[in-house]
Each structure stands twice: as structure tokens, then as C-alpha cells.
Design a protein around this ligand. Structure first.
Ligand SMILES: Cc1cc2nc3c(=O)[nH]c(=O)nc-3n(C[C@H](O)[C@H](O)[C@H](O)COP(=O)(O)O)c2cc1C
Length: 321
């Protein structure tokens, strides 16, 4: 096996998922830099202190490791103001600008991946944000809007010119959303075209795919989203591969211990009712690869307490694989 470049691993932003608890789990398991869920810039500028923005999106664990705040919006002025406000909070190590989100409620207003269709506005946004903060500013982008308008190379060059210190490139178009395969060759083209750091993103789910994305793209880092769901150990696995060390997957007992610690943290943070509801998707991911998981997931989704959930998880562990 050829040598693998040792690069930092990033937890890519995921709305509804990369909260302080999940971020910390990933940091404990080899992730180097974590990102908040996307935060609406205009929302941030008008939100009252008791709103969800403050209670959840901006809630940070004490001493949380390198944490990047991601903002979205389409008005350069407001994006700059939001970057300044986040910087002044003193909790973040960088500001990431979302130019990749495909959701219609985001792109409809001209934000997220819609900015890849309006590079002149995107440029103005990057300039305003860079002017407003001394923190490193990064851009998260896709390959382009659709197959006919792939402009990742020009867009990344523009981001570099405007002051971004890195781009994270998800190797899909907006039209693809999350379907098909990420095109790592096109990420490689971006890497060859710019002098800033390029973080490769899309479809890294194990050590093998991490090794391959690095080989194909020559990227300076890997950002991982879905692969970490129910598997924060993925970062340990990739780190072991990069160091040339053997990796042992956690036993199912360890998985259950972690899932329950995660759940108790959620219960403490959001209260017992909402905490249990919020954990359901995570429980599903923790057990996804286990035989018999589907039936247990259905039972977990109606279990009223965490004690009940733990019993179901232990029973699943006792079932033959
Ligand atoms: C549930 C979910 C929520 C996401 N939320 C965001 C977000 O808030 N900001 C963003 O830039 N990308 C978001 N993404 C995209 C991911 O960061 C990432 O680019 C994409 O999932 C591809 O990486 P992966 O193959 O490792 O999952 C989200 C993806 C998922 C699945």
C-alpha cells in the first residue's frame, strides 16, 4: 500500500445533527475540526436571546475544540454583520460560508448553492465577511448548479481572490442533491487550480474511501458528513489508516454505551421528552449495520423512556449476528 498523506479531518456541517453533543463525540474520536449547523445570517441578526438560534445553534460546550461557525444568506452586508457578531462571541475558530446547500427554502432566496449561479454576489459576500472578521474564512461549495453549468474551478479561484483561505468542495451539483456518486476527479481539478487549501467532501464512509479520495484529489483535508452518523469512530478509523496502524471497530457493547451517553446528554440538554424524540434518528444510525435493526428501530421510535430504549439495545446486542 502506498503512503497516505496525513491531513486534518473535518466534521462537515449537518443541519439538525451537528449540535454540540454530536460535535464533541466526533472530536473525542479523532475529528480535528467541527462545524456548527448552518446559521441564517439575517436570523442571527434579529433573533431574541431566548430563540432556537441562541438555545441550540449557538450553544457550545465549554472548551469545545476547533469549532467553525457556518452562516448562510445572500446579502453581503448582513453576512458581514453576522460574521462580526459570531467573531465577537469569541467561541469560534473560523467562519464558513454556505454556498452548497441545495434545499429549496435556502436556494429560493438566492442563498446556499444558488450563489454558484451568481458568482458576483458570492464574491461580494466573501469580501464582506473577510473584511468583518480576523478569523479564517472558508467557503463550502458544490461542483456547480447542474451538469450543464459546472463552474467549481472558476468559483474556487474567485473565492481565493476574494480572501477565502480554503474551500470545501462537495463533488456533486446542486441538481444531484445527494444522489449518484461524488465526482472526486472534479475536486482534483479544483485542487490543481488554486493555491488555498482544498477540503474534499462526498461519500467518504470508511478508511478505504478516505484513502481513495486523497489519492484522487490530492486534497488538504477531508470533510465527512453522513459517514459519521452513528459512527463517530470513523475519524479514528481514518486516522489509524493515515498512520499505518491497525484499527479495531468498537464492540456493540461500546456502541450502546456511547449511544446511551449521547442520549443522556441530550436528555439533560433538551429535557426528557424532547431529548428522547431527538435521539431516535441517532439510535437508528447507531444500530443500522446490525441484523434485526429495523424491528428494534420501530420499537425505539415508540419507547417512552431512555431506560426502555437501553433495554431494547441490549436485547439487540444479545441477538445472534
Ligand atoms: C442531514 C444533512 C444536513 C446537512 N446540512 C448542511 C448544512 O447545514 N450546511 C452545509 O454546508 N451542508 C450541509 N449538508 C451537506 C454535508 O455537509 C455534505 O456536504 C454532504 O452530505 C456530502 O458529504 P457526505 O457524503 O460525507 O455526507 C448536510 C447534509 C445532510 C445529509
Amino acid at each position: 500500500m502506498s503512503e497516505v498523506k496525513q491531513v486534518p479531518l473535518y466534521l462537515a456541517p449537518m443541519a439538525g445533527i451537528t449540535d454540540k453533543l454530536f460535535r464533541n463525540l466526533c472530536l473525542c474520536h479523532g475529528c480535528d475540526v467541527v462545524t456548527t449547523e448552518m446559521i441564517s445570517a439575517p436570523g442571527l441578526m434579529t433573533a431574541p436571546k431566548n430563540s432556537r438560534v441562541y438555545q441550540e445553534l449557538l450553544d457550545v460546550e465549554k472548551d469545545e475544540g476547533p469549532l467553525v461557525a457556518q452562516i448562510f444568506g445572500h446579502e453581503p452586508q448582513i453576512m458581514g454583520e453576522a460574521a462580526k457578531k459570531l467573531t465577537d462571541m469569541g467561541l469560534y475558530s473560523g467562519i464558513d460560508i454556505n454556498m452548497g446547500c441545495p434545499a429549496p427554502k435556502v436556494t429560493g432566496g438566492g442563498s446556499g448553492s444558488a450563489l454558484m449561479k451568481t458568482p458576483e454576489i458570492a464574491e461580494e459576500i466573501i469580501r464582506h465577511v473577510c473584511h468583518a472578521t480576523l478569523l479564517p474564512v472558508t467557503v463550502k461549495m458544490r461542483l456547480g448548479w447542474d451538469e450543464e453549468s459546472i463552474n467549481a474551478v472558476e468559483f474556487a479561484k474567485m473565492a481565493e481572490q476574494a480572501g477565502a483561505c480554503a474551500v470545501t468542495v462537495h463533488g456533486r451539483t446542486r441538481k444531484q442533491q445527494y444522489s449518484g456518486h461524488a465526482d472526486w476527479e472534479k475536486i482534483a481539478q479544483v485542487k490543481q487550480a488554486v493555491n488555498i487549501r482544498v477540503i474534499a467532501n462526498g461519500d467518504v464512509v470508511d478508511a478505504q474511501s478516505a484513502r481513495e479520495i486523497l489519492r484522487v484529489t490530492g486534497a488538504d483535508g477531508i470533510a465527512i458528513a453522513r459517514g459519521a452518523l452513528g459512527n463517530p469512530w470513523l475519524f479514528d478509523e481514518i486516522k489509524a489508516m493515515m498512520r499505518g496502524e491497525a484499527y479495531t471497530r468498537p464492540s456493540f457493547d461500546e456502541v450502546v454505551e456511547t449511544a446511551m451517553r449521547h442520549a443522556r446528554g441530550m436528555e439533560q440538554w433538551k429535557g426528557s421528552l424532547y431529548g428522547v424524540v431527538e435521539m431516535r434518528k441517532h439510535f437508528g444510525w447507531y444500530i443500522a449495520s446490525r441484523r434485526g435493526a429495523r424491528k428494534v428501530r420501530t420499537a425505539i421510535n415508540v419507547a417512552p423512556t431512555l431506560e426502555e430504549v437501553e433495554k431494547l439495545l441490549r436485547e439487540l446486542g444479545n441477538m445472534e449476528e
